[in-house]
Design a protein around this ligand. Structure first.
Ligand SMILES: Nc1ncnc2c1ncn2[C@@H]1O[C@H](COP(=O)(O)OP(=O)(O)OP(=O)(O)O)[C@@H](O)[C@H]1O
Ligand SMILES: [Mg+2]
Length: 400
């Protein structure tokens, strides 16, 4: 078996690699593909390229970008355990297209030796990791971050307001360790609520087929370096194409990388939401004080019970101070759950969402923010000395 196959006509590059690898290139450690890469039957090309079961296939230099990426996509589809490296000018455009094609790395043919060596070592490591996990597909995990999913029976309940602020609050406690995922795939507005300008979204993962953590990281939009958002696609048409499998894969990768993965969802129990619930460590069920909201919540709870989706649940009442004729006791009796947290009404919430500054940052001491900090406290310890908290987020805890 050869570890590395070079799919190139460049004997100069082959010699360079042989020098670089020394004895490791002997005895099948390195082979140059003798077939015709330009052959029309691309499936055949891939079969020939992969027949000796290499760990790494390097495509280029001298192979047209289009062809290199088509071959890479097919290898990724049929033989995902093999790492593909494209040897070409690593322009941002090439990088982006390559990642979508499942390519592990892009490196210039004249890259410094150290870089070239590192690229091939990483590719080989990924390949052997993927091989050892072939049976299970995803790596088994012993510990992972918490997936916290915000759910509501109907639109306008405050899911996005809660998800965004929970993520911002957690990111203050655990900077860099928090991701927020907008799974309101058709009309998600996490982007606006946080004033993000995403270049990518979960919609990019649709084209990527099997994506790994390296690719997923490209799809994330950082916010102040402390929080990372996997945004909903700009266009509902792309949102429609996102499948449960993509969502499950994305959440699985994210929870390996982050301590907290906060998920905002579309109203009700869509297929995407049900798949998300199965991946969740905790559900935050939120409704307002309206009769329809509360009855809808009861239906959600019954549906979860019927489907035996037993992730721990927290029940949060939004606009809890609304004078609409229902008492909290009525709400608890109808839903059949104790209320874990109450968020009061505040005109500052819509204003902060319109301005794209989460209320925890815009007005950290307002009662509505304190109620959300109490929810953050359920998941992340407060720093011992609150005066040390970063970003001027000093606050008092609500009593009682
Ligand atoms: N506690 C609150 N006080 C006042 N307004 C609120 C409060 N919570 C949410 N809102 C406002 O209610 C509206 C709906 O909130 P939000 O967008 O968070 O709900 P949603 O459940 O995500 O809705 P959708 O299903 O449409 O995405 C927004 O204008 C928001 O600013
Ligand atoms: Mg929303």
């Amino acid at each position: 078996m050869s570890r590395i196959v070079l799919a190139t006509e460049s004997s100069g590059f082959e010699q360079r690699m042989r020098r670089l690898l020394g004895t490791a290139s002997q005895n099948g450690g390195l082979d140059r593909f003798s077939g015709d890469l330009r052959r029309e039957d691309i499936e055949r090309v891939v079969v020939d390229l992969t027949k000796d079961n290499p760990e790494v296939i390097a495509i280029g230099p001298g192979v047209a970008a289009e062809r290199a990426l088509d071959v890479a996509s097919l290898i990724d589809r049929d033989r995902p355990e093999i790492s593909v490296v494209v040897v070409a000018d690593p322009s941002p455009d090439m990088w982006e297209r390559a990642l979508r094609a499942g390519v592990r790395d892009v490196v210039a043919p004249d890259a410094p030796e150290k870089e070239l060596r590192a690229v091939f070592e990483r590719a080989a490591q990924t390949a052997s990791r993927r091989r050892s996990n072939l049976v299970e597909d995803v790596e088994p995990i012993t510990a992972h971050g918490k997936v916290l999913t915000v759910l509501a029976p109907k639109g306008g309940s405050g899911k996005t307001a809660l998800a965004v602020n929970l993520a911002v609050g957690l990111a203050e406690r655990a900077p860099g360790r928090v991701a927020i995922v907008d799974l309101d795939l058709l009309f998600g507005d996490v982007t606006n609520a946080m004033l993000l300008r995403p270049e990518h979204s979960i919609g990019d993962a649709v084209d990527a087929g099997r994506f790994d953590l390296t690719m997923l990281k490209v799809f994330l939009t950082p916010r102040r370096g402390t929080l990372f958002a996997l945004c909903a696609p700009d266009s509902p048409a792309v949102g429609e194409e996102v499948t449960e499998a993509t969502v499950v894969r994305a959440l699985d990768l994210l929870r390996r990388e982050f301590d907290y993965v906060v998920v905002d969802t579309a109203a009700g129990l869509t297929e995407i939401t049900l798949a998300t619930i199965e991946m969740s460590d905790e559900l935050l069920l939120i409704c307002d004080m309206s009769v329809s909201g509360v009855r809808g919540m009861r239906k959600v709870v019954d549906a979860l019970d019927n489907l035996e989706l037993n992730a721990p649940r927290r029940f949060i009442v939004n606009r809890a101070d609304s004078k609409v004729g229902l008492t909290l006791t009525d709400v608890e009796a109808t839903v059949g759950m104790r209320v874990d947290a109450r968020i009061p009404s505040s005109r500052m919430v819509p204003r902060s969402m319109n301005e794209g500054v989460p209320i925890l940052e815009a007005s950290p001491r307002a009662p509505v923010s304190r109620s959300i900090w109490d929810i953050v406290d359920l998941y992340a310890d407060r720093p011992n000395d609150e005066t040390q908290a970063a970003g001027g987020f000093r606050r008092r805890r609500r009593q009682g």
